[in-house]
Design a protein around this ligand. Structure first.
Ligand SMILES: [Zn+2]
Length: 391
């Protein structure tokens, strides 16, 4: 689509006329900006970064955060020194990069990408938005302006946000900062998304990653969306909607590139596997039952840490509670126990579902095995109380 240039003073009129702002791309090493509206965005981004850096949701594993930052650096090359990545424990698929180079990656994303090349695809896509200054561009159009005004006027998000200062174009820097901190600021146009996909693809393939991996992450997200009939799209879906069209475009780009490259799966697993059980637990605590079921089928096919994966599959069925799920849970927990990586609580949960399935003899056996394996567990007294009620 052909765009016309708009001045900041004519935002509303321009928006009404359907005019999209255009800004030149960011040069490496440049900043902070001199233009007023961009200064406001940088200020809001800095505030968001400061609160993120000390947030209780920031992951407590410097090795993992360093790993993600290395992948970020690999795709962003000359821009690497001005980008900072924070890894946040949030059970949703999201990554974002603010105009000042403050980037976030959520654990729900790390759980769903299969290898380093897929992670690099998302990071490169965000880097492309950053380099092309898409946030500023959107900031100067109706949709974004209206959204930000709404957030300001109605304290829309997170129980209201204190107004810290009036931004250069008349809305609260504090409210914008909150949107950035939550990774929600970016709501890009279709054209910007297509540009970020194309530039991101170039960045990840230039960094030596396998081109065919670029489309795969979107295929997985589409599968989750389709299978679970998601009424409200998760965070990144809202700003980067997965679609068959973008999937096909990325697959076409991969076919045409003629390049080969690495997937980086071994390094990715080394960095993420120690955390995977905890991330799955967080997803289930957020009641993403269907999405975790779909995800687990894929992870089980890949075969790493099957004891852990079958345990969480048992948890999915136990929590879902549909007809036949008790038997499915029993089967999954028993599958888990065939592998050394099964969490110690597998026997306990197996005991519980066997009890509910009115199989007391087997339930007793499972509880006794749990107590034997976890002698100092906090819930040992409770399990002993269960045992007294069983034959
Ligand atoms: Zn995007």
């Amino acid at each position: 689509m052909k765009s016309r240039r708009c001045s900041a003073a004519l935002i509303l009129a321009a928006a009404l006329a359907g005019c999209a702002a255009q800004v030149p791309k960011l040069e490496p090493g440049k900043g902070p900006p001199t233009e007023l509206s961009e200064q406001g965005l940088w200020l809001a981004s800095r505030m968001a970064e400061q609160s993120t850096a000390i947030s209780g949701r920031r992951i407590e594993d410097p090795a993992l955060e360093d790993y993600v930052a290395r992948v970020q650096c690999r795709v962003s090359t000359d821009y690497c020194p001005q980008i900072r990545v924070y890894t946040m424990q949030v059970p949703d698929f999201n990554a974002s990069m603010a105009p000042n180079g403050f980037a976030q990656v959520w654990t729900g994303l790390l759980l769903r990408v299969e290898n380093e090349a897929q992670l690099a695809t998302v990071l490169a896509h965000e880097t492309a938005h950053y380099i092309q200054r898409h946030t500023l561009e959107q900031f100067k159009t109706t949709r974004q302006t209206a959204k930000l005004l709404l957030a300001t006027q109605f304290g829309l998000l997170f129980g209201g946000v204190g107004v810290i200062s009036a931004g250069p174009v008349g809305f609260s820097t504090g409210a914008i900062s909150q949107l950035i901190a939550m990774g929600y600021l970016a709501s890009y146009s279709r054209e910007q998304e297509a540009e970020a996909d194309r530039i991101g693809f170039e960045l990840m393939t230039q960094a030596g990653y396998a081109p065919r991996e670029a489309a795969e992450i979107w295929a997985h997200l589409l599968e989750e969306q389709r299978e679970c009939d998601l009424p409200t799209p998760p965070a990144l879906f809202a700003s980067h909607p997965p679609s068959a069209e973008r999937l096909q475009t990325l697959r076409r780009l991969a076919e045409r590139s003629g390049k080969s490259g690495v997937t980086g799966r071994a390094d990715f697993l080394e960095a993420t596997l120690p955390h995977r059980g905890k991330w799955l637990r967080m997803e289930l605590a957020a009641r993403h039952i269907c999405r975790v079921r779909v995800l687990l089928e894929r992870l089980i096919d890949q075969g790493e840490n099957l004891g852990e994966l079958y345990y969480y599959q048992g948890e999915v069925y136990r929590l879902r509670g549909e007809q036949g799920d008790l038997e499915r849970a029993i089967k999954a927990y028993r599958n888990a126990l065939d592998y050394p990586a099964a969490p110690v609580e597998t026997q306990r949960e197996l005991g519980r579902v066997l009890w509910r399935a009115e199989r007391p003899v087997e339930a007793r056996r499972a509880f006794l095995r749990y107590l034997n394996a976890a002698q100092s567990a906090d819930d040992a007294a409770m399990i002993e109380a269960y045992l007294e009620r069983l034959p």
